[in-house]
Design a protein. Structure first.
Length: 198
């Protein structure tokens, strides 16, 4: 279950400009360490429905999951977060804050999935909200990457989340990257009438 920033939303232009600058930096200077994430795969993970390697859910189960997600999440307000560069142990990311709006969606999504799948569900525990901009494939000092990304100005941008998507994800270990099949299995729109500020 992913939160997908909408590239067609004018309010997200600064975010996609920031992500594009990061992608250029990673592509021009750090592909020996990191595989940059193309724009179409940018996402914030909300929940894993089932653990990687688990048997695929049946069409009936997927329909039940989609219905539960719509019931619990659809119509919740869209929300705006601030995005800023962060380089962790494994990946360069855009850290998202404040936590509360994203965590509310995480909790609602967890309830929906638990209701349908119970013990068949993923053991994944979401971390702080973030959008990964590159996947590390080689161990090295992360300092130069962090410094280069922080030096890109403006270094922060708002991103408005207006939709969630239930997607079938494929991990490409050669990339390394995560890609999902289009169209999504289900899309849940958030209410956009009044957007809170970051």
């Amino acid at each position: 279950m992913y939160a997908l920033p909408d590239p067609d939303l004018p309010a997200n232009q600064a975010f996609f400009d920031l992500a594009a600058r990061h992608r250029r930096i990673l592509t021009d200077r750090f592909t020996h360490l990191v595989a940059p994430v193309p724009q179409q795969w940018l996402h914030a993970t909300v929940q894993l429905v089932i653990d990687p390697g688990s048997p695929t859910l049946s069409p009936h189960q997927l329909d039940e999951v989609a219905a539960a997600l719509h019931h619990h999440v659809a119509g919740r307000p869209a929300f705006t977060l601030g995005a800023a560069p962060y380089v962790g142990t494994h990946n360069p990311t855009l850290d998202l804050a404040p936590d509360e709006p994203f965590n509310q969606v995480v909790d609602l999504t967890r309830r929906a999935l638990d209701q349908v799948l119970g013990q068949k569900r993923s053991t994944y525990q979401p971390t702080a909200a973030h959008i990964t901009t590159g996947y590390c494939h080689t161990a090295a000092d992360s300092g130069p990457v962090a410094n280069a990304l922080r030096a890109s100005r403006p270094s922060q941008a708002p991103v408005t989340i207006t939709r969630l998507a239930l997607v079938m994800v494929t991990h490409d270990p050669e990339g390394p990257s995560y890609r999902w099949h289009n169209p999504p299995l289900a899309t849940i729109d958030l209410h956009q009438e009044r957007l809170p500020c970051a």
